[in-house]
Design a protein around this ligand. Structure first.
Ligand code: F0G
Length: 464
């Protein structure tokens, strides 16, 4: 190709207006929401980068599939299309639909874990951790050392630490019922995991007789990074790479709200017949019959089409490039962020940007509030509010204080991204005047969703 511009590989067929607000309106909205961005009304947000989960735009092919949804209670045609799409990619024998990823987690952990067990993962996502802890088991993160250094460049910063994996499985015999790798590593910065790392982790687990699972939410983005960065894969298709990734595992959990390109849905897929039967029994109790699992037939159709579209090379090239593009602008401006940029999101490094705010005043939370106040952008804190509250009720600062700007799939264009970059540069210029927050009211678990806050020093931004 003689041209270097990577364009959005789609044209727009339906549009949804977004609403501008004044700074005074946003200030009032923040107060009303208890300084918690989860509690804002979405229509008060201009650019919503809270999550890439369920927020994507569906294609005309998906909408056409929706019209063909078979709503039969049992044995629906849509289920078999869904099952075929999942099996083509994963090669896994049993495909169990669920209403979203965390339902797959709950069913799997509810079936496999007992109190005192340990689950190892490169980094557990918050719902994954909560579902492990709900079983009174320990969710232990074992990323490599590079993951602890946000500014360090590494092609596969999502890798699991193989030495710690080997050592833990040797020392804790019988206490680790399964090992998971999250691709891409969402809480660790959206960083990819290499094929070599997945293969080696699988070998270690197999040698110890421990089942090995993928949290596959962003498997296609991970496959693209392998194609771009790992020796021997540049000529492989994303589908072939994904198939190899799944060939090393005994099962996976999946939120179809990410790389399923759908607004709702998920699945659990696994090879073991007995375990699959046990999981299906729980599924019937809480989600639905095994050929719909809490989803409508039309949702299954949307996911079946989405799973094929997500592996399109033009789509993945545009997807990963759009995050890299904003990362390049911020790098030029010296704005600290997790390097290199991840697949679905950009992660600002609030600990480095706001060294004057102690972890107890939640620097990343404060930064996310200022992004909204100044530019109407909604992001999410991945720091001490999300991870600082320990199961025993004590506080422990998180490894990193990050603000994630997650990009919904196929929703925003390059001018939206340019606007976000401009707001970030403006907020970075204000950084010395940004103040921390304190918690006013907080639930015992997953507090980031509902806790209420106030500025710890009278205002989010002080002075002139
Ligand atoms: N695992 C990972 C790695 C995730 O990122 C998520 C969701 C889940 C599991 C749970 O899936 O939402 O369908 O129940 N992540 C969203 C996010 C919410 O914003 O990153 P779910």
């Amino acid at each position: 190709m003689p041209f270097k511009t990577i364009i959005e590989p789609f044209r727009i067929k339906a549009v949804e207006p977004i609403r501008r607000t004044t700074r005074a309106e946003r200030e009032a909205a923040l107060q009303e929401a208890g300084y918690n961005l989860f509690l804002l009304k979405a229509e008060d947000v201009l650019i919503d980068l809270l999550t890439d989960s369920g927020t994507g735009a569906m294609s005309s092919g998906q909408w056409a599939g929706i019209m063909q949804g078979d709503e039969s209670y049992a044995g629906a045609r849509s289920f078999f299309r869904f099952e075929e799409a999942v099996q083509e990619i994963t090669g896994l024998k049993h495909v169990i639909p669920t209403h979203q990823g965390r339902a797959a987690e709950r069913i799997l952990f509810g079936t496999m874990l007992k109190p005192g067990d340990i689950v190892l993962n490169n980094t557990h996502f918050d719902t994954t951790r909560a579902n492990v802890e709900y079983r009174r088991a320990e969710a232990r993160d074992i990323p490599t050392a590079a993951a602890r250094r946000p500014q360090e460049q590494h092609p596969f910063k999502g890798n699991i630490d193989l030495d710690v994996l080997e050592q833990t499985l040797s020392e804790q015999k019988g206490c680790v019922p399964l090992v998971m790798i999250t691709v891409t590593n969402n809480s660790g910065g959206g960083q990819p995991v290499s094929m070599a790392n997945i293969r080696a982790a699988s070998e270690i687990c197999r040698r110890h007789g421990v089942p090995f699972f993928l949290d596959a939410c962003r498997f296609a983005e991970n496959a693209w990074f392998i194609k771009m960065r790992e020796d021997g894969y540049s000529d492989a298709t994303p589908l072939a790479i994904a198939q190899e990734m799944f060939s090393y595992v005994d099962g996976c959990t999946m939120s179809a709200k990410k790389d399923g390109m759908a607004n709702i849905g998920g699945f659990l897929a696994l090879n073991d017949d007995t375990l699959a039967q046990q999981c299906k029994n729980v599924l019937i109790l809480t989600e639905g019959f095994p050929t719909y699992g809490g989803l409508a037939g039309y949702d299954l159709e949307a996911i079946a089409v989405g799973l094929r579209e997500v592996l399109d090379e033009d789509y993945l090239r545009y997807r990963i490039r759009s995050v890299e593009y904003i990362g390049e602008i911020l790098s030029r401006e010296g704005i600290p962020m997790v390097q290199p940029t991840g697949g679905h999101a950009l992660y600002l490094d609030a600990k480095t940007m706001l060294p004057h705010i102690p972890p107890g005043e939640f620097p990343a939370w404060a930064l996310s509030l200022v992004l909204y106040l100044e530019g109407g952008i909604r992001s999410v804190e991945i720091g001490s509010v999300m991870f600082g509250l320990q199961p025993d009720g004590t506080e422990k600062p998180a490894m990193n204080e990050l603000v994630r700007l997650a990009f919904p799939r196929r929703v925003y264009t390059q001018s939206h991204v340019d606007y976000v970059a401009e707001v970030l540069v403006h907020v970075n210029n204000l950084r010395e005047r940004i103040c921390g927050v304190r918690i006013v009211e907080s639930p015992p678990v997953l507090r980031h969703f509902t806790a209420r806050f106030e500025p710890a020093h009278g205002a989010l931004i002080v002075g002139n």
